[in-house]
Design a protein around this ligand. Structure first.
Ligand code: HEC
Ligand code: HEC
Length: 466
């Protein structure tokens, strides 16, 4: 049997955590067999006991506010374990910095189910080229067609010829961490919030190391990595970031796979009628078409338990969110893949406005949605999906001359990147809505089956009955 997850060997010397792709042979196996070979992901009675010493150190760091400049903010402040490691409140962006008054610029994503996120790449998806290195950057620079409009799945569905498919695939950005995929590993990612002046606000890696040296668990670091670890600054930083990554990788609470939908996939529960109708609409390419981006089945690249994202980037044209203070400056735009948070694609205008498709697991527990937190309920998200093209005046403001300022969170010159090809975005003003109220309600009912904790609810209910 081939490897399943390529977790680092026991010594924990590896510098990056990568998740290998399953061999294609395993795809032939029924789901039930796959379940037995995957690592135990269900909530365990004693999760701490199962963690490696490094991951236990990472856990302490994750919950430690003394690692922030304010002394009050930990990773868990924004990524709350009680909220699927998403935001604990309904703020559009969280507050951080020295006095906890500095607003961030993006909504906080959940940290669950990141274990299958591929490294950032632009080019053919791994379904066709398993472990090929990402193509050189000039592929990106050469990208001519607006990528948002060349969604591979739809091209395939439309039975386009192979050449068109290959051309589209050559331009597909996918993977990486953060809304713009700018970090490839959990280690590199963690340095972001630790140093971000709007977040944990360490002014340098040295300042962070100072804090680690004075942390309650400084001795753990010495025990694990040598008494002199703090004398080797780079090593100490590496190991500390590695510990954070190990915690997020090893602790079952980051990938419990215990939603009702998981129980259904495992044959242990059945969807209600409304949930089943919702799933059908979610899958129907002419209705919701949701599963073309938010994958809900086992996939060719070996993900048996779907994470409801294909990790690809799309421009959906979310309305500008006036509640983000940075947006008070009319010249400020968050362009996702082409900046300003990441800089390597700043000149690739075809990628402006594209953001990573998020998981929909636990989305029903969120209070803010999309990269800019502009939506506050699933109801609103669904109406945006079906009305953006058919009733745009509901979503975008009017200019002084009375014309509609469509896709107003993007500068005019890149608005052509917005996806108008994939259903449900392929309508025109006045067309019938792709989904009616009852159908929207069914999809939302289905989305609620993606909330973790279904099995534990069941078992605690049965325990209570004893
Ligand atoms: C002040 C709030 C805040 C704090 C504190 C914070 N984060 Fe985040 N986190 C965010 C935001 C906002 C994003 C999205 C950033 C982006 O897309 O640019 C994010 C993204 C992430 C991601 C990528 C998730 C994905 O879907 O790609 C990871 C992993 C992560 N954070 C881990 C951490 C860790 C580990 C810490 C502590 C060292 C931490 N965060 C502290 C707000 C926070
Ligand atoms: C063409 C690909 C695509 C299709 C089709 C699609 N989505 Fe999305 N979805 C995305 C992307 C990309 C985002 C993030 C956009 C952003 O933040 O700007 C997103 C965001 C979301 C969110 C917000 C999640 C969060 O954590 O903020 C929900 C909920 C959602 N989609 C549900 C659906 C449903 C339900 C359907 C079907 C009606 C659907 N999506 C169809 C790509 C797609």
């Amino acid at each position: 049997m081939k490897r399943v997850l390529q977790i680092e060997p026991t010594a924990f010397r590896g510098r990056s955590i990568r998740f290998a792709v399953l061999s294609c042979a395993m795809l032939a196996m029924p789901l039930a067999v796959a379940e037995t070979v995957l690592p135990a992901n269900g909530p365990s009675a004693e999760p701490v006991a199962e963690l490696s010493a490094v991951a236990q150190l990472g856990r302490k760091m994750f919950f430690d506010p003394s690692l922030s400049g304010s002394g009050q903010l930990s990773c868990a402040s924004c990524h709350s374990p009680a909220h699927a490691y998403g935001p604990p409140n309904d703020l559009v962006v969280q507050l951080g910095g020295p006095d906890l008054k500095r607003p961030g610029v993006r909504a906080v994503p959940s940290l669950r189910y990141l274990e299958h996120a591929p490294n950032f790449s632009i080019g053919p998806s791994p379904e066709t080229a398993d472990n090929d290195p990402p193509p050189p950057d000039d592929t990106a620079q050469a990208a001519a067609a607006p990528v948002g409009q060349t969604k591979v799945a739809s091209v395939a569905k439309a039975d386009a010829n192979k050449a068109a498919l290959a051309a589209a695939e050559a331009n597909v950005p996918r993977g990486g961490l953060d809304w713009d995929g700018r970090a490839n590993t959990l280690q590199l990612q963690a340095l972001g919030p630790l140093l971000d002046p709007n977040e944990m606000d360490n002014h340098s890696a040295d300042e962070l190391l100072e804090r680690l040296e004075h942390a309650a668990y400084a001795d753990d670091l010495k025990k694990l990595f040598g008494a002199n670890v703090f004398k080797q600054r780079e090593l100490a930083l590496d190991e500390a970031l590695f510990a954070l990554a190990r915690f997020q990788t090893e602790d079952p609470s980051f990938h419990p796979y215990d939603s009702k939908y998981d129980a259904v996939l495992a044959g242990k529960a059945t969807l209600s009628e409304a949930e089943a109708r919702g799933l059908k609409l979610f899958d129907d390419p002419k209705k919701g078409n949701c599963s073309s981006c938010h994958i809900d089945r086992a996939t060719l690249d070996g993900v048996f338990r779907p994470v409801f994202t294909d990790f690809q980037f799309e421009a959906l044209g979310a309305p500008r969110n006036r509640d983000i203070p940075a947006n008070g400056d009319p010249r400020h735009y968050d362009l996702g893949l082409c900046g300003p948070q990441r800089t390597d694609y700043a000149t690739s205008t075809a990628y402006c406005g594209l953001f990573k498709t998020p998981t929909l697991r636990n989305t029903a527990t969120r209070k803010v949605f999309f990269h800019n937190g502009v939506f506050h309920s699933l109801q609103q998200v669904m109406h945006f999906y079906v009305e953006r093209e058919t009733e745009p005046a509901k979503w975008y403001p009017q200019r002084a001359d009375g014309t509609l300022d469509r896709y107003n969170d993007l500068p005019a010159e890149v608005r052509g990147n917005v996806d108008v090809v994939d259903a449900p975005f392929d309508g025109k003003p006045g067309d019938p809505l792709a989904l009616n109220e009852a159908e929207i309600a069914d999809i939302i009912t289905f989305l609620n089956t993606l909330t973790d904790g279904y099995q534990s609810e069941q078992s605690s209910a049965s325990t209570a009955a004893h």
